[in-house]
Every structure is written in C-alpha cells, then in structure tokens.
Design a protein around this ligand. Structure first.
Ligand code: 3NM
Length: 228
C-alpha cells in the first residue's frame, strides 16, 4: 500500500512537472476568435498548428454555449493531434466539458481560487494582468501563467487609458516574475523584436495571425524571429 501511495505521488509530481515544461516551452500563443478570422477560426487554428503553434486559446464571446461546446470539441481534437495545449477563455465549466488543458481569466472574471475549484489542480489557469501589482497578485493567487499587456494599442480588445501598459510593463515583469508569462496586445511581425528585446520570451497574438490571408505563413514568420 505504501509503495502504491509513493508511486501515485511520484506519478502526479511527474505529470505536473512535465505539463509545466510544456507551457514553458511555448513561444507563440494563438488566441483564436471567429469574428477576427478571414476564413473562419477553424482554418486559422489548423494552419497555425501545422506551422508550429503549440498553445491555442478559444476566445469566443458571441457563440451560444452549445455552439461553443461543439467548436471546443473540434479544436480539442486538432490540438491533441498536434500535441498542443488548449486553453478556454473565461469559461472554467466549458474548459472541463471539452477537456481543455486550462482556462484563461481576466481581472473582472472569476478569481483564481474559484476557478481552481472548478477546473482542479491539473489544468492551467492563466490570468490577464495590466500592471505589476496585478501580476504579483496573480502569482500569489496561484496562477500558472500570466498575460502581460497590452504591450501596444490593439483593436481586438477595449482598454481604458489607465490599463494601457506598454513595453515598460514588459520590462518590469521580465525583471521579477519567474512564472511563465506572455506579452500580449498589438504584437506583429514588425514590433515583435522590440518585445523580445524588452525581455519577453513568449508572446500571445490574435489578429496578426487570425486576420492574415495565410495564417500559417504569419505563424512561421513570427516563430522564425524567436529562432533568431
Ligand atoms: N488581452 P491582438 S491584449 C485579448 O493586454 C487581449 O490582456 C490583452 O489581440 C491584454 O494580438 C488582447 O489582435 C488582444 O492585439 C490581443
């Protein structure tokens, strides 16, 4: 019995360590929204997975629950086949229903503690942060990764003047936060190098890939910049 207890403990520690590594290794995070995509979010997701994206977020604010469930199950299949992490925006219940790897919440959504009760300890919880105090708090709350932004102005999400963060916030986070984090907001092929120079090692993008005529090409463009 003792040996069994040790075995299951070891197995859960190993699972935990290896899935954390999977997250750390991701450089480019795609947030996919149907209404941003030229040819629908399905093709954008599949093309970017084929081009090397290893983490995808379903970010749909307008689909009915039933449609979101169906869409989520399709994306779960594609991400699993590609060995990629799948995150559900804003909906811990649907993250569990489609067996996503995690859920992402903003500052006005459910706090990490409540989300953890729904999704359990094995799923990732990501938190959007817009200043260093929020970033520190998310770490204390037990988030698994952070969104850090908005780095540049973006039309994808509405921000107040006070929430605008910029490259200075990226630099602050780079200097003190050890949890995996993704710079986000208005990042494209032209400004990515400035974000990496500011200390980011991972970025999250939406429109630059979704809105591109050839999402796979833009994905490769961005990933090549990391390689350099
Ligand atoms: N969250 P794009 S910025 C969804 O700063 C989102 O927390 C942000 O889309 C944050 O790459 C953002 O098209 C929009 O600018 C990201």
């Amino acid at each position: 019995q003792m040996r069994y207890a040790l075995y299951t403990l070891e197995k859960s520690v190993l699972t935990c360590v290896s899935s954390q590594h999977r997250l750390e290794d991701c450089q480019l995070y795609l947030l996919a929204s149907e209404n941003l995509c030229h040819h629908g979010s399905g093709p954008a997701i599949r093309e970017s997975l084929a081009a090397g994206v290893r983490i995808v977020q379903i970010r749909e604010k307008e689909l009915s629950d039933r449609r979101l469930l169906e869409h989520g199950r399709r994306v779960r299949k594609w991400t699993r086949e590609a060995g990629a992490i799948l995150i559900m925006n804003d909906r811990p219940d649907l993250a569990v229903a489609i067996d996503a790897d995690g859920v992402h919440v903003g500052q006005d959504e459910l706090p990490v503690r409540e989300v953890r009760q729904i999704v359990g300890s094995r799923r990732f919880i990501g938190v959007s942060t817009h200043n260093i105090e929020q970033a520190r708090q998310a770490v204390l709350d037990g988030a698994d990764y952070l969104g850090v932004g908005p780095t540049f102005t973006t039309a994808t999400k509405n921000f107040t003047e006070a929430e605008y963060a910029g490259l200075d916030f990226v630099k602050q986070v780079a200097a003190e936060i050890t949890l995996p984090w993704f710079a986000i907001g208005g990042i494209n092929a032209d400004n990515l190098s400035a974000v990496l120079e500011a200390g980011a090692t991972r970025v999250a993008v939406s429109s630059v890939i979704c809105n591109h005529e050839h999402p796979g090409e833009m994905t490769r463009d961005l990933l090549e910049q990391f390689a350099r």
